[in-house]
Ligand binder design. Structure first.
Ligand code: GAR
Length: 197
């Protein structure tokens, strides 16, 4: 039976779209819901156009009460009974309670070659440090932020004249290749890391 995948995103959702579009044919998983914390997110229409149910849970009314936000998120996820949760640019930090509940079923994409540059502004920091290469990582989500076993990494060169924007665009192209490749493997029960190129 196909694995049920929930995808969580916050913005344009290009990784969410790449994941949805990959789950066809003999793929061992299918998308069951796309969850977003921002009603204005461009990605919502893209999920709907692909026939994937969407759920919006605005985090702002829960300001200062992360547990209450997560309780609604948990109820929402439970209704869709996912086997796997893919974080695809979902810009919220979770409590240990939430992570512990879903641990082993959650994967995330991060725009750096972890363990380097956890957190935000990864491309600007990589450029500032004079890195010769950058990239992205898909990893299992564990209690430590942007940590957890690495399931795949893709590398790109840093080019002369790169800005955070040009580097981000080059890395994003690789994200769209790496994340679907890792999800396919993960859904089949294989956690062997993928290295690209
Ligand atoms: C992606 O680059 C993803 O790696 C990053 O947000 C972007 C979302 O773009 N995630 C993080 O920074 C997580 N800390 P998208 O909405 O077009 O997929």
């Amino acid at each position: 039976m196909s694995k049920r995948v929930a995808i969580l995103f916050s913005g344009s959702g290009s990784n969410m779209v790449a994941l949805i579009d990959s789950m066809t044919g003999d793929h061992p998983a299918r998308p069951v819901v796309a969850v977003c914390n921002n009603a204005d997110a461009g990605g919502l229409a893209k999920a709907e156009a692909r026939g994937v149910p969407t759920e919006v849970i605005d985090h702002r009314p829960f300001k200062g009460d992360r547990a209450a936000f997560e309780s609604v998120l948990n109820e929402t996820l439970a209704r869709h009974a996912p086997d796997i949760i893919c974080f695809a640019g979902f810009m919220r930090i979770f409590t240990d309670t939430f992570i512990s509940h879903w641990q082993g079923r959650m994967i995330n994409i991060h725009p750096s070659l972890l363990p380097k540059y956890r957190g935000l502004n990864t491309h600007a920091r990589a450029l500032e440090a004079g890195e010769a290469e950058a990239g992205c990582t898909v990893h299992e989500v564990t209690l430590e932020l942007d940590d957890g076993p690495i399931l795949g990494q893709a590398r790109v060169p840093v080019l002369p004249g790169d800005t955070p924007q040009t580097l981000a665009a080059r890395v994003l192209e690789q994200e769209h290749i790496l994340y679907p490749a890792v999800l396919r493997r993960f859904a089949a029960g294989d956690r062997t890391p993928i290295r690209l190129p």
